[in-house]
Write a protein that binds this ligand. Sequence first.
Ligand SMILES: C[S@@+](CC[C@H](N)C(=O)[O-])C[C@H]1O[C@@H](n2cnc3c(N)ncnc32)[C@H](O)[C@@H]1O
Length: 402
Amino acid sequence: MANIEGLQKLAHDAFEFLKEFDWVHSTQVTHILDGTLHKIPCEWLPVLTNMSTDELNNFPFLGESSAYLYPLWPTSLHRFLDLAARLNIERGQAELKPATVDFRMARGMNPKKLHEVSYIATLIHDIMAETGCDTVVDVGSGLGYLDHVLHQVFGHTVVGLETSESHVSGAESRAANQGLQCEGIKTLRFNLVNDVVCFQQFDELLSTIVSASTCQCKNAIKDDCTSFPLSSYCKKQCHRLMPWHILPQTLRLGAQETRSRWRMQSEEDHRNHIRHIAFRGLLELADCDDAAARRKLVRKCDFSSFKAFQDSYYSSSTFSASEISSGKSTLSYLYNEHKEDFSLIEIFTALQVVLQPVIECLIHHDRLLWLLEQGYSHSKVKIIPVFDEAVSPRNLATVAIK
Ligand SMILES: C[S@@+](CC[C@H](N)C(=O)[O-])C[C@H]1O[C@@H](n2cnc3c(N)ncnc32)[C@H](O)[C@@H]1O
C-alpha cells in the first residue's frame, strides 16, 4: 500500500541524494577517464582500494551494517551506503505460484524469460480474478510469450500491442504454431508514444495496470527523458533543484548493472570489466572517430590486453596507414597517462552499483505518485517484487487497480 506522504518523502530524499552524489551517476561510462575517477573522495580511497574481490562484491549490500562491520571506515562512506540502502525497495520475491509452462509454450524462451513469464502471468491472473477483468492488453508484447501463456494456461483473452512489424508477425506465427488461431488472442501493430499517452489512450478501457521494472526504466530514458518524471510532485522537485537535473545517463544506470549481478563477479570478471571500460575510455579521450562508427568497431575488439585491443581496433579496413599510425601513438600516449587510474575503475563501478537501485526506485515512486495524482486509490497502487532477484534483478512490478 502506497502512502502519498511516504512516497513523496522517498522521492524527495532520492533527489537530494542523487544531487549530492551527482559525480557517481552523471558521467557516461565511456567518459570515465575524463577526471571523474578523481572525484572519489580522498578519504574513501584507502578503504576502497584495499578491498578483496569478496568485499568488493558485497560492498553494495552493506547499507547501515557498514558502520558496525567496518567501524574504521570514514563516516561519509557509511552515510553514502546507509542513505542508498534506505532509498531502496525491499526485493524479496512475493509469494506467487508460477504458471506451469510446458516445453511447447516455452519454446524460444531463455531461462530468464521463462521465469519472468511464468511469474508475471500468475500475478496478472490473480489480479484478474480479484478484479473481474476479462481482457489483457499487453503493451510491447514482443513475440507474445506472455500472451500465449496467459491464453493457454489461464484461458484469458489477450490483445498484444507491438510496434515492431517483425515482432507482430513473429508473434502471430508463434501463436499459429502453438495452435492458437482464435479470437481470444491477437497481436496488433501499435506504436505507443510513452507511458502517459498509453494511459490516456486506454483510460476508458483499462481497469488495471501492471508494469514491469525493466520497461519502466527503459521507457524513462526514451524521448530524452520526456517520460521521467511523470508525477507533478517529482516535476516540482526537479524544478526546485534546477539548474541541476537528472541526465539520461543517470536513468540508463537505473536500467543497468544490478547488485545481484555484481555479487556474482569473479576476480577475472572484474579485470575484464576494467579493461573494457579503460580501453573504451581511452578511445573516447582520443576522440579520433565518429562515435557510432567507433561503437561498431569496439564490439569486435579483443580486450585481452591493451596491445591486442589497439591492434584489433586498427585492423579495420576503414583506417588508412597514416590514421593507424597516428591513432596508435595517441592511444599509447593516453594509455601511459591514465594507466595508474585503471585500478579506480572497479571501485567507481561499485559506487554506481550502490546507486542503481536508488534510481530504479525513484522511477517506480514517480510512477506511483503519478498514478495517485490520476485518482487511483492509495490502497490499490503498489510495487510488487514479482521475480526472483537472482534470476531477473530488476524484479519490481507496479500494479494499479482502479
Ligand atoms: C521486453 S520486450 C517484450 C516482452 C514481451 N511482453 C514478452 O512476453 O516476451 C518489449 C517490447 O516492447 C516493444 N515496444 C517498444 N516500444 C514500443 C512502443 N512505443 N509501442 C509498442 N511497443 C513497443 C518492443 O518492440 C519489444 O518487443
